[in-house]
Design a protein around this ligand. Structure first.
Ligand code: T46
Length: 195
C-alpha cells in the first residue's frame, strides 16, 4: 500500500488528505485487493480511525456531488474510492487556522486505479463523475447528521477548483438543488460555518 501527501495547485503540501494506492494481486482469475485494512490504514493516518458508516452512491456522467462537510458536534472524515467507473475527487481545506485554508487537492479515483482519497474532518469533499456511470463507496468517521450538514459551491472562484470538465465528453455538470444553491466559502466563513 502506497500513501502520499498531496499538493495544492499553489504548490503547498496540504496536511491531512492522503492519496492511498492499495496493492492489487492479479492472476488469471482476475484480481484481489484489501480495500481497507484497519492496521495498515491506522498506521498510514497515524491514529486509530473508527468508522461509523459505509456509504455507496451511483452517479451518471457529469453529476457533481459537493462540496459537502459536517460541522461539530458531528464532523465527518471519509475514505473514498470508486468501485465502478471514474471520478475526480476533491478535498478543500476549510480549517481557519490552516496555512492552506481555501486551498484544494484532487485526484482521479477509478475502479481501474483502485486509488483512495482520505478526507479528514475540516475538509469539504466533492466529486465530479467522469465515466458514463460511477459508483463511489466511502467509509465515514462520524454519523450523518442533517443538522450538521453544510455545503460550499463547487465553482467558488476563491477556491478555483480545476474540475476536468473537458473529460465529460460534452455532458453538462448536474447538481442537486441543495448544491446548486450552496454558499461560497466566504459566505460560509461569515456564517461561522467553517472549522
Ligand atoms: C450523506 C447521506 C445522505 N443520506 C440521505 C439523505 C438524502 O435523502 C439522500 C441523498 O443525500 P444527498 O443528496 O446529501 O447525497 P450526496 O449529494 O451524495 O451527499 C454526499 O455527497 C458528498 C460527496 C459527501 O461527501 C457526503 O458524504 C454527502 O454529503 O440520502 C443518508 O441517509 N445518509 C447519509 O449519510
Amino acid at each position: 500500500m502506497q500513501v502520499e501527501q498531496m499538493q495544492s495547485p499553489q504548490g503547498a503540501t496540504i496536511e491531512g488528505p492522503l492519496l492511498i494506492s492499495p496493492q492489487a494481486f492479479g492472476d488469471e482469475r482476475g484480481w484481489f485487493f484489501e480495500s481497507w485494512n484497519q492496521r495498515r490504514f491506522d498506521e498510514a493516518v497515524g491514529e486509530a480511525v473508527v468508522f461509523s458508516q459505509d456509504n455507496h452512491s451511483r452517479s451518471v456522467q457529469g453529476v457533481l456531488r459537493g462540496l459537502h462537510y459536517q460541522l461539530e458536534p458531528e464532523p465527518q472524515a471519509k475514505l473514498v474510492r470508486a468501485s465502478v467507473g471514474k471520478i475526480f475527487d476533491v478535498a478543500v481545506d476549510i480549517r481557519q487556522g490552516s496555512a492552506t485554508f481555501g486551498q484544494w487537492v484532487g485526484a482521479q479515483l477509478s475502479a481501474e486505479n483502485k486509488q483512495q482519497l482520505w478526507v479528514p474532518e475540516g475538509f469539504a469533499h466533492g466529486f465530479l463523475t467522469l465515466s458514463a456511470v460511477a459508483e463511489v463507496q466511502y467509509k465515514a468517521r462520524g454519523f450523518w447528521n442533517k443538522s450538521c450538514e453544510r455545503a460550499i459551491r463547487w465553482d467558488d472562484a476563491s477556491i478555483n477548483i480545476r474540475w476536468p470538465l473537458d473529460l465529460l465528453g460534452g455532458a453538462e455538470v448536474s447538481l442537486s438543488g441543495k448544491d446548486a444553491e450552496a454558499p461560497t466559502l466566504d459566505q460560509a466563513k461569515a456564517a461561522g460555518d467553517v472549522f
